[in-house]
Design a protein around this ligand. Structure first.
Ligand code: S3P
Length: 449
């Protein structure tokens, strides 16, 4: 659970080129889903490559509270689940720490079982909107009582006699889509979720893998996902691919750090997640996919990123936003080192992440000497070109791991160092960020609080 401990300030400086291999941790989205689906399955699900970041560990603890047995030995996780509809009522409050994905997916998974559970999280999570989840869950018959504005702490009373629903997701959100699908698991008949813009599809793929009857159809209305309720899940052996959202940090660091050549092996390149890499290539990045292959039905490649002195600003197509929603902070850093302006539109969702990511990045970039314009759902970064970003600032990470990592990456190429007031949140998604970056030769150090 992040945000409760002593802050860890860190500073990054321009230094040696980055060289070598960066083995990033397992995918956060797939890790949460592996534990939750394993907990809904009678028998043993075994998981390797699970991200052991705080967000996922909080989900593991929650699954235990709902009655599953979850353990780890030598990097292999074992989940003995309780079956669809088999969640027990937790005796304590479920604390999901910093994780919006954790709390929203778990709310969905318990919403159609006749139990009551109370959820909370850290200061960041307690500020995030939950109405987007409780509104569709109410259609199943679930009741929710939270704080003003639909904030945590919040109690959910699961539907005793759930009915299946048909729901069009009003915002591009895989968390909302997934919560509705997970709730639909314990409703009789067919639950239908419609999304106008495609978001990450790990829930659909994994539900099919566990044996649920699920079909996706592309229609003029959008993607129509139909799930047959009350399946008997079959235990799985899951190998979690490495996280493209974590790979983004060493990749972008290599692109802006002189003389760098970094290989980031085995990265999942599911098209609903790989938007950043396409964008970087359009900006002129020396970024290539090596050894492109299929693993577990997903495209996987080794990413090679080399220093790219001639990056240029581009307009990022808004329809690409969902496939790179977590990568805009670090993209804005790369944009600062490009020639010309990078415009990012259709990104309103960035305002309700672990922090308001447009505001957090814009303020830090401006303090570091970069001009940024912004509106409610767009922002534009005026690049200063390679070697011309001043830096020399302390920025606030706002309990947001990706803000902390983005600014530490920036400091590797600014004229003066960049200090982040609290890098502790990095442990939510990328606990080995510090040693991994040090292994590449990056100058990123802890400072006294
Ligand atoms: C996630 C979905 C995204 C993303 C988050 C992980 C998921 O959030 O930002 O880090 O695993 O479903 P939204 O679905 O709210 O956009």
């Amino acid at each position: 659970m992040s945000g409760h401990g002593t802050p860890i300030p860190m500073i990054s400086r321009r230094g040696a080129p980055l060289r070598g291999e960066a083995h990033v941790p397992g995918d956060k989205s797939i890790s949460h889903r592996s534990l939750i689906l394993g907990a809904l399955t009678v028998g043993e699900t075994r998981i390797t490559g699970l991200l052991d970041g705080e967000d996922v560990l909080d989900t593991a603890a929650a699954m235990r509270a709902f009655g599953a047995e979850v353990s780890e030995k030598d990097g292999v996780w074992s989940v003995h689940g309780v079956g669809v509809g088999g969640f027990a009522e937790p005796e304590t409050v479920i604390d999901c720490g910093n994780s919006g994905t954790g709390v929203r997916l778990i709310m969905g998974a318990m919403a159609t079982t006749a139990i009551t559970a109370t959820f909370t999280g850290d200061a960041s999570l307690r500020g995030r909107p939950m109405g987007r989840i409780t509104e569709p869950l109410a259609l199943f018959g679930t009741r929710a009582v939270g704080r003003e504005g639909g904030r945590l702490p919040m109690t959910l009373v699961g539907a005793r006699e759930p009915v299946p629903v048909r729901y069009t997701v009003p915002v591009p959100s895989a968390q909302v889509k997934s919560a509705v699908l997970l709730a639909g698991l314990n409703a009789p008949g067919e639950t239908v979720v419609i999304e106008r813009e495609a978001t990450r599809d790990h829930t659909e793929r994994m539900l099919a893998g566990f044996g649920a009857g699920i079909a996706t159809e592309e229609t003029p209305e959008g993607r129509v996902i139909t799930l047959r309720g009350q399946p008997e899940f079959v235990p799985q052996t899951i190998v979690v691919p490495r996280d493209p959202s974590s790979a983004a940090f060493p990749v972008c660091a290599a692109l802006i750090t002189e003389g760098s050549d970094v290989l980031v092996p085995n990265i999942g390149l599911n098209p609903t997640r790989a938007g950043l890499f396409t964008t970087l290539q359009e900006m002129g990045a020396d970024l290539t996919y090596e050894n492109l292959r299929e693993e577990g039905g997903e495209p996987v490649a080794d990413l090679r990123a080399r220093f790219s002195p001639d990056l240029k600003g581009i307009e990022v197509p808004p329809e690409r936003a969902a496939s790179m929603i977590d990568e805009y902070p670090v993209l804005s850093v790369v944009a600062a080192f490009a020639a010309g302006t990078t415009e990012m539109r259709g990104v309103r969702e960035l305002r309700v992440k672990e922090s308001d990511r447009i505001d957090a990045m814009a303020q830090g970039l401006r303090a570091a000497g970069v001009h940024v314009d912004e509106g409610e759902d767009w922002w534009a970064v005026e690049g200063r070109g390679h070697r011309n970003v001043p830096g020399g600032v302390t920025v606030a990470s706002r309990l947001d791991h990706r803000i902390a990592m983005a600014f530490l990456v920036m400091g590797l190429a600014t004229s003066k160092p960049v200090r982040v007031d609290d890098a502790a949140p990095i442990a939510t998604s990328f606990p080995i960020f510090e040693p991994l970056m040090a292994g590449l030769g990056a100058s990123i150090d802890r400072e006294e609080p």
